[in-house]
Design a protein around this ligand. Structure first.
Ligand code: PHE
Length: 410
């Protein structure tokens, strides 16, 4: 009764949001800054070359930070996805309802902002009518997207959002990476067992679900092992002066500092820490993963450790083959975002093939059955909470690149 009464109200809200989504959208570079006439016209995909969906094409949606302070997250993911889709299309595409179809991806740039990410989902669902959505990287952005995908019953697969809350939004939300209770534990164990750290300071991003979650999970394991968190300082994404927090941290003489943030802030934090004479080793999570980290952090970030999804040092022929193909195509080594983007797209493709249909419910049910999928960043088996359970690697920053240190299994 209650549900029946609420349904039309919700449908109305959704329509309004869809309309607002169009109005709020700032024209992207691809849109040329032209004043839009209708919501349809202003919702320009980041890549105008994307072919429109037609009878022979299945359209997937993608939301990512192609610009802004986490731009490498979105760009790498987009490239990984593109590589997967081109491979699948070259091999004949997928067969649905008995007919062979090619795949295309419509990509929207959310500039790293949760509101934009949510608006992009509305556009992908109500205008582009995509069959599934790939994204986002940053957990706060995925958390903004997931309720809309769930409400519309369009499956959403995050390649790399690790905060547990993302898939808790509902049964249409999946991820192909591990989650942060595991990632936090991995680094806490490394701090205790390898770095022999007893006192650790934390510097976290108060605006990021990812950073707050990882701080909490790290603390839980680290203190259980007898360690002490001697300082817990915070910043907000985009801050440029971290000296106040770092001075407090310095005064507590920690054996190591845990900074579970994103690369842009981390690079600056590392420089300012070393300038202030803080010599304790720094540790982080997958959010450090970017070529830009080395540029921003310079020598200050050298020697630091972070947990990640894969290592380009992995000698497996599958991984090395992927790296070679990616380098030939994009002129750079694929980071873990690219690997997970590729994996997420392939998991969707495999589910589409098994479903033989683009029906949202059928596709959801097949995605949920993903089992032993051989990915670039590890084998993907989804648990009953739609999360992948797989090992993490620990990497060390060395002279402008990362060196493999260890693999830690769940
Ligand atoms: N795990 C991060 C998050 O949830 C995103 C990320 C994944 C960043 C992989 C870099 C590499 O916010």
């Amino acid at each position: 009764m209650l549900a029946a009464r609420r349904a039309p109200l919700f449908a109305f809200t959704f329509a309004v949001l869809a309309a607002l989504g169009g109005c709020e959208k700032k024209p992207t570079a691809a849109a040329g800054g032209a004043a839009p006439e209708a919501p349809k016209a202003e919702a320009k995909p980041a890549d105008p070359a994307t072919p429109p969906a037609d009878a022979d094409t299945i359209l997937l949606g993608e939301v990512g930070s192609l610009t802004g302070s986490e731009a490498t997250f979105g760009i790498s993911t987009k490239n990984g996805i593109q590589m997967a889709i081109e491979e699948v299309n070259a091999a004949g595409g997928v067969t649905v309802n008995g007919k062979p179809k090619k795949l295309a991806v419509r990509v929207y740039d959310d500039q790293g902002k949760p509101e934009e990410a949510a608006n992009a989902v509305t556009r992908l669902i109500s205008q582009d009518r995509v069959v599934a959505i790939l994204g986002e990287v940053a957990s706060s952005n995925s958390l903004a997207m997931a309720p809309r995908a769930q409400a519309a019953k369009v499956p959403m697969v995050s390649p790399s959002s690790t905060n547990p809350k993302v898939t808790e939004v509902g049964d249409f939300i999946f991820r192909v990476c591990f989650i942060d209770p595991f990632q936090g534990t991995v680094m806490a164990k490394f701090a205790t067992e390898t770095l022999k750290a007893k006192n650790v300071a934390i510097l976290k991003d108060n605006k990021s679900d990812y950073s707050l979650g990882l701080s909490q999970f790290f603390t839980e394991t680290f203190t259980k092992q007898g360690g002490t968190i001697v300082a817990e300082e915070a910043y907000s994404k985009g801050d440029t002066d971290f000296r106040g927090q770092l001075t407090v941290i310095k005064g507590k003489k920690p054996d190591a500092i845990y900074v579970p943030g994103y690369y842009t802030d981390v690079g600056v934090i590392a420089r300012q820490a070393r300038e202030l004479g803080v010599t304790a080793p720094m540790m982080g999570g997958d959010g450090w993963e970017s070529e830009k980290l080395f540029e921003l952090g310079g020598a200050a970030i050298d020697g630091s450790y972070f947990s990640n999804h894969y290592s380009t040092d992995n000698p497996s022929p599958v991984v090395q083959g992927f790296i070679k193909g990616f380098e030939a195509k994009f002129g750079s080594k694929p980071d873990s975002l690219a690997a997970l983007g590729y994996d997420a797209a392939m998991v969707v493709v495999e589910a589409l093939k098994r479903a033989g249909s683009t029906d949202g419910q059928k596709l959801r049910d097949e995605l949920a059955k993903t089992n032993n999928h051989g990915g670039i960043a590890g084998t993907i088996t989804l648990d009953d909470k739609r999360n992948a359970v797989k090992p993490a690697v620990i990497l060390q920053v060395k002279d402008g690149h990362t060196a493999y240190v260890a693999t830690i299994s769940p």
